[in-house]
Ligand binder design. Structure first.
Ligand SMILES: C[S@@+](CC[C@H](N)C(=O)[O-])C[C@H]1O[C@@H](n2cnc3c(N)ncnc32)[C@H](O)[C@@H]1O
Length: 517
């Protein structure tokens, strides 16, 4: 998959550019130029020609993300002790300049995405039919990638009005915003930091470096734009290349709307609205089967597997995607190695995953019912032997549940006590109306995951079911009004606009936050 990462991506690090960056140190930081990547060199980096063999015009320069220059972080940090950059008048780019794209370029990106969507849709059925497991012809990765590539991007208006699961969509988005609002402020979690007054949450000028693993179509870009601390760099990784193209497109269109996201929400603490759009990079990459340390921008920010790593991202986010890593211990460990190596010490690892307690309860109940049924049929059979023998090879009932919106189905036997041992490879298929078509996922047994995370210096800070998050945060002075603006409930602390069926799906998930110690 490493090859995928190179398509339409920033070119190799250019030392000449670094020199000029150093010379610019005091005047032209990424902050001072509005965080834009567009004036950091030409769009394709390697030479002065674009894809059509033409010399790029100045206009072209804004079209593609440029290599991230970690050295440029230095001036920003230094300035924290003197004048805050936010005190100085910001040299804003003209809104839309970085993201402007020619009509023909936009049309060709769209055409390529549509073509790939058609191809992926044609093969997804066949891939699922082949099972995808060790016995299947295709690996889980390919099935998952093809599935997400084939999910059409229907646009925000449809999601807000036409979708049958719009209540669930807004609720899940509110939970993700809540996580971002609660845990993205940069705090020094090392022992004694508070006493030493080194809690950085209050320091001005510190900007976040965010890595979004399994970023999909970039659905969380706007949430990061509204984070309580300004984001300097957002890197999105996902193996689904069509999704990555759509994420790039979304990012470009955010830029063309002035970089302010949808605006109006402001940050959690202080009601700040971000004016500038952060620097965004997107790569097609399998983050569970291989190291992400070969991606330039990851190296430039810092990729250190040792617990001493002082550089790295402030946040690694993994929303609704980690369950794909629990196919095997090898993958789960590779995923954690990637997370931990990318994080700086004190950085946070945020995410949401299916709730193994909910799954365990359902499975236990299913097995109890199955045992009772078996016992009953054995006793009636003793009295009057049944003629209805199970045919040889006929499938036993397996654990399955859901409602009109979602369905979870285990293909094989499940543990009687609902505790998944060993903690890897417990495959089930998940269907969600309009969103996920019977895609294989894996149980993430919470306690096992938490214990393994400790091997990677990740310590648990927060773990809550979606329902509990609602109960705890719905009256928060920021998150409560945010839920109203997002359409989770009616204005004036009115009723929840999420149906009980949608809430049942939402409560299939838990959110978490770890920090790197
Ligand atoms: C349900 S979507 C979530 C997308 C996004 N995080 C969100 O919350 O809207 C799950 C994502 O996980 C991604 N994914 C699956 N396997 C992955 C892997 N090996 N590495 C990184 N991402 C993966 C899928 O391609 C898909 O985009």
């Amino acid at each position: 998959m490493a090859g995928d990462a190179t398509e339409e991506q920033p070119q190799p690090f250019d030392a000449k550019r670094l020199d000029s960056a150093k010379r610019r140190k005091h005047s032209d930081s990424p902050i001072a130029n509005g965080g834009s990547s567009s004036n950091r060199g030409n769009s394709r980096g390697d030479d002065s020609h674009n894809r059509n063999g033409k010399k790029p015009s100045l206009h072209d320069e804004g079209e593609y993300p440029q290599p991230f220059d970690a050295k440029k972080l230095e001036p920003a940090k230094k300035r924290q002790r003197s004048t805050s950059p936010s005190d100085a008048p910001r040299r804003q780019k003209r809104p839309g300049q970085r993201a402007r794209i020619s009509n023909s370029e936009a049309a060709s990106i769209r055409q390529r995405a549509e073509q790939r969507e058609r191809e992926a849709a044609a093969s997804i059925g066949a891939a699922v039919a082949q099972g995808g497991g060790p016995g299947g012809l295709r690996g889980i990765n390919e099935i998952v990638r093809e599935h997400y590539n084939a999910v059409p991007e229907r646009g925000r208006d449809w999601r807000k009005t036409g979708s049958r699961i719009k209540g669930l969509r807004v609720f899940n988005n509110w939970v993700k915003s809540t996580l971002i609002q609660k845990f993205s402020p940069d705090e020094d979690h090392t022992p004694g930091a508070h006493e030493r007054g080194r809690d950085m949450a209050g320091e001005r000028g510190h900007e976040l470096l965010v890595l979004d693993i399994g970023c999909g179509k970039g659905g969380d870009l706007g949430k990061w734009q509204q984070a309580p601390h300004r984001v300097q760099l957002y890197v999105g990784l996902d193996p689904a290349d069509v999704s990555i193209d759509q994420a790039k497109e979304r990012f470009r269109s955010m830029g063309s709307h002035g970089g302010g996201g949808r605006g109006g929400r402001g940050g959690h603490r202080g009601g700040r609205q971000q004016q500038h759009l952060f620097d965004g990079r997107f790569y097609a990459k399998d983050c569970f089967g291989e190291s992400i340390g070969d991606i330039d921008v990851i190296q430039q920010v810092g990729f250190d597997p040792t617990p001493m790593g002082r550089s790295g991202f402030d946040i690694v986010s993994m929303m609704f995607c980690m369950h794909y890593a629990f196919e095997s211990e090898e993958k789960a460990r590779m995923m954690l190695q990637n997370v931990s190596s990318s994080l700086k010490k004190g950085g946070r690892f945020l995410g949401c995953i299916p709730n193994s307690d909910v799954i365990g309860d359902r499975v236990t109940k299913f097995n109890e019912r199955a045992a009772a049924k078996k016992k009953k049929s054995e006793s009636t059979e003793e009295a009057a032997p049944s003629t209805e023998e199970k045919e040889e090879g006929e499938a036993e009932d397996t654990a399955e549940w859901g409602n009109e919106l979602y369905r979870v189905r285990f293909p094989g036997k499940t543990p009687e006590d609902g505790i998944f041992r060993p903690p890897f490879g417990w495959k089930y298929s998940f269907f969600l109306d309009e969103a996920v078509e019977e895609v294989p996922e894996y149980v993430v047994p919470w306690e096992a995951f938490r214990a393994i995370a400790e091997d990677y210096n990740l310590e648990l800070q927060y773990h809550q079911s979606f329902r509990d998050i609602w109960e705890t945060e719905k009256d928060d002075h920021i998150l409560g009004p945010l839920s109203e603006r997002m359409g989770v409930r009616e204005r004036g602390r009115g009723p929840l606009l999420v149906s009980p069926e949608e809430m049942e799906v939402a409560n299939f998930y838990v959110a978490f936050c770890f920090y790197k110690v």
